[in-house]
Design a protein around this ligand. Structure first.
Ligand SMILES: *Cc1c(COP(=O)(O)O)cnc(C)c1O
Length: 371
């Protein structure tokens, strides 16, 4: 029974919540009954305990170490997901009578982010990939961005469309805000060039319920006092070390374990990046080498290391693929409900062996269906 569960967990390619490394699942499993240092279940430990303060402190430190974050930043653990951030930072940083913030529209999630901001303020869409079906991305050198904008926002990896930036976008003289929900801590990023990075945990780093916010103090302090309700103000959570009210203790504990794993077991973000690239190479090679049986969705120059999105000749064949893959123990391979097709998400917790098994399955499936 346990072997079957381990196989299913190992073959989980879900777009989110995503797969977690087995060693972390094991530690979380044990912590349900008893956290060794405390002698009781993680679910019943007070968020005001010394133990939990130490968990938050280590999770923060690990994020700082992994990113090589300089002084002048806060690392916060907030609730409400990435979606809450879509609404919060426009309220914090743009003014109805001031210049418009600029957004890149590169796929499904950046569309959600800009719609959230536009529901209250004027915004400027500096570039849109909509007409190109979100299969391509702009290059930094091709964009003309305003020096007046209160901030510039983009999404580093479009989880649904399978396109990912390989360079830092935006201007260094305008606050740079980025949703890294689906590739945070999967590779190095130039953290010191960002003013606000946010990422929920449930793609690469843990269960749903916590969102990591890395914010430059100077940006936080641009908000006039009293401009936002106290709970919405990033300063409130910075001052309370993310324990203003009851935080999601379990989810933050998981993020602490995941960042410790990245630091100690994986050996940092360069190493994680190399592993993630290897996984993507294997899978894209299987897609590209299939004589059109599998068809990559995104333009090859822009495709994502995290989310490999592909189609087949007919929806009927795709359905057969999904059924057969489920029978073989794979899960989460269906594309996002907005685009259909297939998507294999290669988050940190997915092993090279799992990708090799998927590549083998795809090869066998193709042989069975090509006459
Ligand atoms: C999944 C995803 C979201 C949605 O996040 P919630 O935590 O569900 O609000 C936002 N942005 C990106 C890039 C995502 O991949």
């Amino acid at each position: 029974m346990l072997d079957a569960v381990r196989l299913r967990n190992a073959r989980n390619f879900s777009g989110g919540p995503g797969a977690l490394p087995e060693t972390i699942l094991q530690q979380l499993h044990e912590s349900m009954l008893c956290v060794p240092e405390v002698g009781m279940s993680v679910l019943g430990i007070s968020h005001r305990s010394e133990w939990f303060a130490a968990v938050v402190a280590e999770a923060q430190r690990n994020v700082r170490t992994l990113l090589g974050l300089p002084d002048g930043y806060h690392v916060l653990f907030l609730q409400g997901g990435a979606t809450q951030q879509f609404f919060t930072f426009p309220m914090a940083f743009s003014r109805p009578d001031g210049p418009s913030p600029e957004y890149l529209h590169t796929g499904y999630w950046s569309g959600k982010a800009l719609a959230a901001a536009a529901s209250r303020h004027r915004i400027e869409v500096a570039w849109s990939g909509k007409d190109a079906g979100f299969k391509v991305l702009p290059r930094a050198r091709d964009l003309t961005l305003s020096p007046e904008a209160p901030y510039f926002h983009y999404i580093s990896n479009e989880t649904v469309d399978g396109v990912q930036f390989q360079e830092t976008m935006g201007r260094d003289d305008v606050p740079r805000l980025c949703d890294m929900s689906s590739d945070f801590l999967s590779r190095p990023c130039e953290a010191q060039r960002y003013d606000l990075i946010y990422a929920h945990a449930q793609k690469n780093l843990g269960p749903a319920g916590v969102t990591i916010v890395v914010i430059r103090e100077a940006l936080m302090d641009k908000v006039p006092p009293g401009h936002l309700p106290e709970f919405m103000d990033y300063r409130t959570h910075a001052a309370a070390h993310s324990i203003y009210n009851t935080p999601p203790v379990f989810a933050i504990y998981a993020v602490m374990l995941a960042t410790r794993w990245l630091r100690d077991d994986v050996g940092g973000l360069d190493k994680m990046d190399a592993i993630n690239r290897r996984k993507a190479e294997l899978l894209y090679a299987a897609v590209d080498g299939s004589d059109g049986f599998y068809r990559g969705r995104a333009d090859a120059a822009y495709r994502s290391i995290m989310n490999v999105v592909f189609n087949m000749a007919t929806p009927e064949l795709e359905k057969q693929f999904l059924q057969a893959s489920a029978q073989a123990g794979f899960s989460g391979l269906n594309g996002h409900r907005s685009v259909g097709g297939m998507r294999a998400s290669l988050y940190n917790g997915v092993t090279i062996e799992a990708v090799e098994a998927l590549v083998q399955f795809m090869h066998d499936f193709r042989k069975r269906h090509c006459v």
